[in-house]
Design a protein around this ligand. Structure first.
Ligand code: GDP
Length: 445
């Protein structure tokens, strides 16, 4: 397995960490140095390694102490989460959400596994997803290329566009799209020509095919065994043609895993699929969480920490619910709520959990409801005295001025926060008079 040696290295580091009750700053730094070395040996891009260890350090410092978990276990969990983030967080399958026929353009260098991967995808969409798929080879340079795709189509019972000698790539692409429309196909896979390395005519050809077929996805096929070269290739293709995702082939080989580990972090484009063999069914979705779990081999510790943190959140929620039922909601409580929301990843994290709100993010940022909003609001409350937090009515002009200065905001923002608090407190009082419905609601959260 590609990540075997990285996995061995990390489990050695973690065994040392989790075997101890307390961790000194030195212990954590030593572990981070070793993690850094392990990632570099796995051929992860250097800037990515650096930001990885920085983030782990920051999170480890800021981590809340959770009951029944050792600091070492906490660090394992933090590394696990960071690894998932580096790999791209959520798995992203190929998206077919567009009017049929949906064109998918496959690009990449010669020998990367482009034609094989095209056939693998077509086979899976046909057999598993019950789509009607048409494949077309646009490689007019290599005489055997179109024939190769045709044979793969026959082997996997996927239709291929009939070969017409003498047509160029753009003509073939157009013919494929109109044949697909006429034939009622759901998906058209366009297997473009490759080269030994990137050159100008290839990029021009890709741009022309893109303009002719208007593909919904452009998938770069890259050989994972080439490590950082694959990452650079992805950057190049993305700059020149624009890609929507990556398929990494030869993940069954004994590479060091660096391409898979840093691809998303460097290029910002998701690895959507991995090729794990020569056969037509050797294709898998790329699941960051599953891969992180397998690399760390620490699934039990991770779920232990997750459960422990959930328990704490539930405890706090229950306490809060009780207070609210009594119609009591002071600024301390508001600060507690804001911290909980911040934990969920701030505004963008929370929005990210809702489907289809990507476009709204810009508007939100423009309206000042950005990620720092919770932080600022918490800072305002922290600039108050405990008495002020309990009795917001005390807050007159001079106190507000002091608080604004203390938290680095305008007085208007302090007023906004107080208004929000008043509205929430009123609402809670009203709901509290009901039959503890809010309590149930909060308890279940
Ligand atoms: P193309 O020139 O990019 O179209 O490359 P091909 O699709 O012809 O593939 C080149 C070689 O790589 C073939 O022998 C494939 O069987 C092999 N290949 C493709 N994908 C994988 C993979 O995921 N694992 C392994 N082991 N071999 C692969």
């Amino acid at each position: 397995w590609m990540f075997e040696s990285l996995s061995d290295r990390l489990s050695g580091i973690f065994d040392k960490l989790t075997g101890r009750g307390a961790l000194s700053e030195n212990d954590v730094n030593e572990a981070l140095r070793e993690i850094r070395r392990a990632l570099i040996e796995a051929d992860v891009a250097l800037p990515i390694v650096r930001s990885f260890t920085d983030k782990v350090r920051n999170r480890a410092v800021g981590a809340e102490v959770v009951k029944s978990v050792t600091p070492g276990q906490m660090v394992v969990k933090i590394v696990h989460d960071q690894l998932i983030e580096m790999l791209g967080s959520e798995g992203q399958p190929i998206d077919l959400n567009a009017p049929a026929p949906v064109a998918i353009m496959m690009v990449g260098l010669q020998g990367s596994g482009k034609t094989t991967t095209t056939a693998k995808i077509a086979r899976r969409m046909t057999q598993r997803d019950k789509r009607k798929v048409l494949m077309a080879s646009l490689d007019t340079r290599r005489p055997a290329a179109q024939e190769q795709l045709k044979v793969l189509g026959e082997q996997n019972t996927v239709d291929t566009l009939p070969i017409i000698e003498g047509q160029g790539p753009v003509e073939i692409a157009k013919r494929a799209m109109s044949a697909a429309k006429l034939g009622g196909y759901d998906v058209v896979l366009l297997d473009t020509a490759g080269r030994i390395h990137i050159d100008e005519p290839l990029m021009v050809e890709m741009a022309e095919v893109k303009a002719a077929a208007n593909p919904h996805e452009i998938i770069l096929v890259a050989d994972s065994l080439t490590g950082q070269d694959a990452v650079n290739l992805a950057n190049n293709f993305d700059e020149r043609v624009g890609i929507t995702g990556i398929a990494l082939t030869r993940m069954d080989g004994d590479g060091r895993g660096g391409a898979a580990l840093s691809m998303q972090a460097v290029t910002g484009k998701p690895v959507k699929l991995i090729g794990t063999g020569e056969k037509s069914d050797a294709l898998e979705d790329f699941h960051p969480k599953r891969i992180a779990d397998r690399i760390l081999g620490m699934g039990d510790i991770v779920s232990l920490v997750e459960k422990a943190s959930e328990a704490i959140d539930a405890e706090q929620a229950a306490k809060m619910a009780k207070k609210m039922q009594k119609g009591h909601f002071d600024l301390e409580d508001l600060a507690e709520q804001l911290k909980q929301m911040e934990k969920l990843g701030g505004m963008s994290g929370m929005m990210g959990m809702l489907p289809g709100v990507g476009k709204m993010k810009k508007q939100i940022a423009a309206s000042g409801l950005d990620d720092k909003m919770f932080k600022r609001q918490i800072a305002i409350i922290q600039s108050m005295t405990p008495t002020e937090r309990k009795k917001p009515d005390l807050l007159k002009a001079s106190r507000k001025k002091r608080i604004a200065a203390g938290s680095g905001v305008e007085v208007a923002e302090v007023n906004k926060l107080l208004k929000m608090h008043r509205q929430m407190a009123d609402m809670m009082k009203k709901m509290g008079k009901g039959k503890g419905m809010l309590g149930k609601l909060m308890g279940g959260m």
